[in-house]
Design a protein around this ligand. Structure first.
Ligand code: PAZ
Length: 330
């Protein structure tokens, strides 16, 4: 027997089923509890680095969940491990940026990612030192020392601010808040939107409170479309910033046209197109002026190179030009 969930007994149905304007979305959804504290933290980070003239990039990373119940037992998720975001953050930090890392809780983090999702358990990197303590096994020491030095330097200079989300609702509230903060540094802000954000969700007004019960046959879910925040982000929230979005597809034949449509629709500066199965070795950088195929040669990949090391310098040089052009107009 098929059934429909009785959400009306738990929550009153509110608002239209799709929010064409975002105010409707933010009014109807519940803000995360840590929003005010996070804004304070991000404001302090932005103020500190803006006073030194440093450029700041917001890197979004990892996948958002879509809860099925308000007291969430089940949720929809996606594949993203946050690899792109974590690697990219290291690249930006190495090139002088301060980074706000808006990342899915427990997905990969810059620096620790070299060990946390390695084939080895973290304990395999260690050995007893014979004096009752622990040391790093000698074969891993040179590589780990390099990572540790970079990590400590970033920490000492306070160049990295990590903000976590789990579900798509938290992500959208945090993104709007961080954008408001970053907009104060105008052209020196870059948005690098690499998170795999769900296109569909269940609005609070349509969600059941308690665990969905089994035993009554098939479950039919209806998901609303997540509002497109890129439009207000580019046009209203941070109109002076340099904005890079990502476009993921599985069908190569539609990737470029979808990326170009996105660029034309939202009016931002660049799209990085990638295909699920080849995303670690091949991306396409699309701007209004060009379409650049960027590939990581196999030999370089085998030697440990990562494709972000090829396309992030390209983005940075375009960001520098963006800042230069703005300074000519002021
Ligand atoms: O997190 P990851 O490294 O496994 O994947 C990165 C990615 C494919 C999520 C990213 O490159 C991307 O394309 N993000 C945007 C996805 C989208 O089209 O919404």
């Amino acid at each position: 027997m098929d059934r429909k969930l009785d959400h009306t007994s738990s929550y009153q149905r509110i608002g239209p089923s799709q929010f064409s304007d975002l105010t409707g979305f933010y009014d109807a959804q519940k803000a995360p509890a840590n929003l005010t504290e996070t804004r304070r933290r991000v404001d302090a980070f932005v103020n500190k680095h803006s006073s030194t003239g440093r450029r700041i990039v917001l890197v979004t990373s990892g996948g958002t969940t879509v809860p099925l119940e308000a007291q969430t037992v089940r949720f929809i998720d996606n594949f993203s491990a946050g690899t792109r975001g974590a690697i990219s953050t290291e690249q930006f930090l190495e090139r002088g940026y301060a980074v706000i890392f808006l990342s899915r809780q427990y997905s990969l983090l810059p620096y620790s990612r070299h060990y946390s999702h390695s084939k080895n358990c973290f304990l395999d990197f260690m050995k007893p030192d014979g004096l009752g303590g622990i040391t790093v096994a000698p074969q891993f020491t040179p590589a780990m020392l390099k990572v540790l030095e970079k990590y400590n330097s970033v920490k000492q200079q306070g160049l990295l601010e990590v903000v976590n989300f789990v579900d798509v609702n938290e992500y959208l509230f945090l993104l709007r808040e961080i954008t408001a903060s970053l907009s104060t540094i105008r052209e020196r802000a870059m948005f690098y939107l690499a998170a795999a954000v769900s296109d569909f969700y269940i609005p609070l007004g349509k969600m059941v409170v308690h665990k969905i019960q089994s035993g009554d046959g098939a479950l039919h879910l209806e998901l609303d479309q997540v509002p497109k925040v890129l439009s207000p982000l580019v046009k209203e929230w941070a109109p002076k910033a340099f904005v890079v979005s990502f476009k993921l597809e599985t069908d190569p034949s539609i990737l470029i046209s979808k990326a170009k449509t996105s660029l034309a629709r939202y009016g931002h500066q660049a799209v990085i197109g990638n295909i699920l199965s080849t995303r670690k070795y091949h991306v396409i950088l699309i701007t209004n002026e060009e379409e650049k195929d960027i590939r990581l040669p196999e030999k370089e990949a085998d030697a440990g190179a990562e494709i972000e090391g090829l396309f992030i310098p390209e983005l940075i040089s375009r960001h520098e030009e963006w800042i230069r052009q703005a300074s000519l107009q002021n």
